[in-house]
Design a protein around this ligand. Structure first.
Ligand code: AMP
Length: 275
């Protein structure tokens, strides 16, 4: 595995690759969720590039940019073990420039749900992903369903800007108790972690209601809200939308997303279920 930290070194390493390229962008502090994306990329491509970059432009003022977990050494080992060919860990200065061009999130889909709570967040996400796509020039790029709105907006960017990249949607990896893996889970105390389980439980219950025939979005939402409010400290949203992120009143087979965002203690957690 080659580890590179700026564009010039990356370009040299990239030129040596022969065959198809799969790309997995991450912010590091790698866990089994990230590894599942990397392993899938290794299986489906001749070469795999992983990037680790805690992207400052996607953090809002007052968010956890400074304390975001960083585990460089462990991450390098995990990538090596998983079969990564190039690990790109750029510095901020090698990615961003003075007075640079901007990619903007769509005015509607980028400012609802996560975008309403974190206005401008998706501008930063799409800006860095566009840069990383152009740097790495992958055939396929792998994203987790865990960040559902992010995944759908990246698919939209690829579509709207005619990027020749296949986006591969990867399933959410959970701990054995159901909690969706996240680099931010390390912020949770034991008590908070227990209370955070209400998030995945509420989604599981919603899934069961749908399996047994319930189609009313308001009934499912009410049930989830009741369960969540018993455990989380701040329920930011529970929404049931179609895969274009439009609100719906009836569950649609194969085209429904149930999304939750909540704070437990000071930690913001998101999770979702794809129907
Ligand atoms: P991050 O490092 O949080 O930016 O995540 C990098 C990629 O890993 C994104 O595509 C995430 O959606 C994905 N990811 C994060 N957590 C999980 C998880 N628990 N299961 C599947 N994918 C995940």
């Amino acid at each position: 595995m080659t580890v590179v930290r700026d564009y010039k070194a990356f370009k040299e390493a990239r030129e040596l690759l022969d065959g198809s390229v799969g790309f997995v962008p991450t912010m590091g502090a790698l866990h089994e969720g990230h590894i599942s994306l990397i392993k899938r990329a290794v299986k489906e491509n001749d070469n795999v590039i992983v990037s680790i970059f805690v992207n400052p432009t996607q953090f809002l003022e007052g968010e956890d940019l400074d304390k975001y977990p960083r585990k460089e050494e462990a991450d390098i080992k995990l990538c090596e073990l998983a079969g990564v060919d190039i690990l790109f860990m750029p510095t901020i200065d090698s990615i961003y420039f003075e007075d640079e061009m901007k990619i903007l999130a769509p005015a509607v889909a980028g400012y609802i749900l996560e975008g309403a709570i974190r206005p401008g967040h998706f501008n930063g996400v799409l800006q860095v992903v566009m840069k990383l796509f152009n740097i790495t020039r992958p055939n396929r790029a792998y994203f987790g369903k865990k960040d559902a709105q992010q995944l759908l907006l990246i698919e939209k960017m690829v579509n709207d800007y005619f990027l020749p990249i296949d986006i591969v949607e990867c399933d959410i990896v959970r701990d054995s108790d159901g909690l969706a893996l996240s680099s931010r889970n390390v912020y949770l105390s034991d008590d908070e972690r227990k209370r955070a389980l209400a998030i995945s439980k509420s989604l599981k219950r919603a899934g069961k209601m749908i399996m047994s025939g319930e189609r009313s979005v308001s009934k499912i939402k009410d049930d989830m809200i009741r369960l969540l409010k018993e455990s989380v400290d701040e329920l930011e949203y529970v929404e049931i939308v179609d895969k274009a992120l439009n609100t719906i009143s009836t569950v649609q087979e194969q085209n429904t997303l149930i999304l939750v965002a909540a704070k437990v203690g000071n930690t913001r957690l998101i999770d979702n279920l794809w129907i």
